[in-house]
Each structure stands twice: as structure tokens, then as C-alpha cells.
Design a protein around this ligand. Structure first.
Ligand code: SF4
Ligand code: SF4
Ligand code: SF4
Length: 274
């Protein structure tokens, strides 16, 4: 059977949480044995919409990244399970057998993505099943995919989606588990600021700004509000230089884009006339 993958377009995700609610609606209070026992009403998010806030006011960007079990090709949970309590289906979905997994807390602890939850009442680990019970009944899409109002989540055969997967990213690929949840358009970091003349108390329009990293140079100019933005940067060290005719050059050396950087209001000093 063809391997299934999830493809999430972060640019389309509004953070509405309809997917989260749909998963709850499908699994809370419903017993889908042999695939899953009921999900508890509280405390579990088999799909979780994470809010990422980047920068500082007023230069802030927010994006949302839904996370769920990655249905890995080399799953740590399968290795940690005893008696074959976690298995990978021929369609690639990784399923925790609710009967065999009773008492096996190490299954939950083994997932480096934190995708598995512990159900105290039933004494079992639980997670996203890919809605395998629906697929096995002839449905084409899991509930979270069906209920996304922006088509931000796509589910389908890896082969059919291969062109879209190309260039997409995965979460923590360095773990080597080979996830099957792909992401497109996860925004990079930014460096931004506002350039102004402290004497005139006016923003400076058209100042030339360069961001330099490892031989690469990004260029922009300040807009009508005196703002500049370098978007979608990689994590690394940057030197930023700001120039405007009649003013002294301003520089910021060794900025580390581990987070987005708002340099705030940047005064440029006038050159002394000779
Ligand atoms: S339903 Fe779609 S748009 Fe809403 S949070 Fe989930 S993935 Fe994002
Ligand atoms: S994300 Fe975690 S729970 Fe899901 S298959 Fe991979 S290791 Fe297992
Ligand atoms: S595929 Fe099904 S179980 Fe998995 S997160 Fe979506 S709705 Fe929940």
C-alpha cells in the first residue's frame, strides 16, 4: 500500500485550531478499537497548534505550526515497545495497540517529539492514529485535514505529493527518525529596525541598509516610515550597516539570529560640516 504523508503549509495556517477541535470531536468519548481507545477530554492534543511569536513590539511576526505524530519511518516508539505494542502499517501510519500497550509508559517517554500522551485512567500511551479507523472505512482524509478551513493540511500518498514535498522541511530531521509530516513555508528569522534623525525628530526615508553574513550581502532601504526589514534569514551571525548621505554610518556587528531581532529606533548622527 502507498505510504501516506501529511503536508502542512504554514503560510496558510491561521491558528484557528479547527484541526485540534476536530481531533477531539473524533476521538473524545469514541472507542475506535482496535486502532484507538477514547482520547480523554482534557490534557491531550494529538494535533497541537503551536503559536510562534518572533521579535519584539512593534516589530513582531506570529506564525502557527501544527504538530502531531510524525508517523516516522524509523520510529523510536516502535523500538521502545514490548510485545509489538507499537507497529507501522503498510500505509506508513504508526499505531499504538491499546491492548498490548497497557502499562508501557516507556513508549511515551521514547518519542523525542513529545507526540505521545499518557492516559492515566486507561493506563495506556495514546497519540495521533492518522485516523486509521476512518481510512479503513473508506474515508480519504483524517478529521483534522477534513476540517481545516484553509486547506493548510494535505494528506495523501507520498508518491502523488512528491513534487510538493520536494524542498519542504521536517521537524528535527537530525534525529534521524525520518518523519512523514512535512512543512512548507516555515518563516525564517528577521532583522528589522527604524532609522531616524534625532535632531529633526523625523524618520529617515531611503537609508541604505546592508546585512552581511559569511560573504552574503542582503540589501534594502528604509521605507516611508523609516523601517527596514530583512526577512526569512537563516540562523547565524549578521553585521548590519546603515548609511545615509550627510549622516555617520551606523553598524551592528555580530547579531545572532537565533531569534528574530528588532533593533528598535536607530538614531543617525549628522556628519559635522567642514
Ligand atoms: S485548522 Fe488549518 S488553519 Fe486552523 S490551525 Fe489547523 S492547520 Fe491551521
Ligand atoms: S513522532 Fe514519536 S510517536 Fe510518532 S512515530 Fe515518531 S517516534 Fe513514534
Ligand atoms: S489524523 Fe486523526 S488522530 Fe491524527 S491528529 Fe488528525 S484527527 Fe487527530
Amino acid at each position: 500500500m502507498a505510504k501516506k504523508v501529511f503536508l502542512i503549509d504554514v503560510a496558510k495556517c491561521s491558528g484557528c485550531q479547527c484541526c485540534q477541535v476536530a481531533c477531539k470531536d473524533e476521538h473524545c468519548g469514541n472507542d475506535w478499537m482496535p486502532i484507538a481507545r477514547p482520547q480523554p477530554d482534557t490534557g491531550q492534543f494529538w494535533i497541537k497548534v503551536n503559536e510562534n511569536v518572533c521579535g519584539t513590539r512593534p516589530k513582531v511576526r506570529i506564525h502557527y505550526i501544527p504538530t502531531l505524530c510524525n508517523h516516522c519511518d524509523d520510529p523510536a516508539c516502535v523500538k521502545a515497545a514490548e510485545n509489538g505494542a507499537v507497529y507501522k502499517r503498510s500505509d506508513g501510519l504508526v499505531i499504538i495497540d491499546p491492548e498490548k500497550a497497557v502499562g508501557q509508559k516507556q513508549i511515551m517517554e521514547a518519542c523525542p517529539y513529545g507526540a505521545i500522551y499518557w492516559n492515566e485512567k486507561l493506563n495506556i500511551p495514546q497519540k495521533c492514529t492518522g485516523c486509521a479507523h476512518l481510512l479503513d472505512s473508506g474515508y480519504e482524509k483524517p478529521r483534522c485535514v477534513e476540517n481545516c478551513p484553509h486547506d493548510a493540511i494535505v494528506f495523501g500518498d507520498e508518491e502523488e505529493l512528491k513534487d510538493h514535498i520536494l524542498g519542504a522541511s521536517m521537524l528535527k530531521p537530525e534525529l534521524g527518525l525520518h518523519p512523514n509530516v512535512y512543512y512548507r513555508n516555515i518563516p525564517g528569522q528577521f532583522i528589522a529596525g527604524t532609522v531616524y534623525d534625532p535632531v529633526e525628530k523625523e524618520v529617515i526615508i531611503g537609508a541604505r541598509v546592508r546585512a552581511v553574513t559569511g560573504g552574503k550581502v542582503y540589501k534594502t532601504t528604509t521605507n516611508q516610515y523609516g523601517d527596514f526589514w530583512f526577512e526569512d534569514l537563516a540562523i547565524g551571525f549578521f553585521d548590519v550597516y546603515i548609511e545615509q548621505k550627510g549622516y555617520k554610518e551606523k553598524s551592528f556587528i555580530g547579531l545572532h539570529t537565533v531569534d528574530c531581532i528588532n533593533l528598535g529606533d536607530i538614531p543617525l548622527e549628522l556628519l559635522e560640516s567642514t
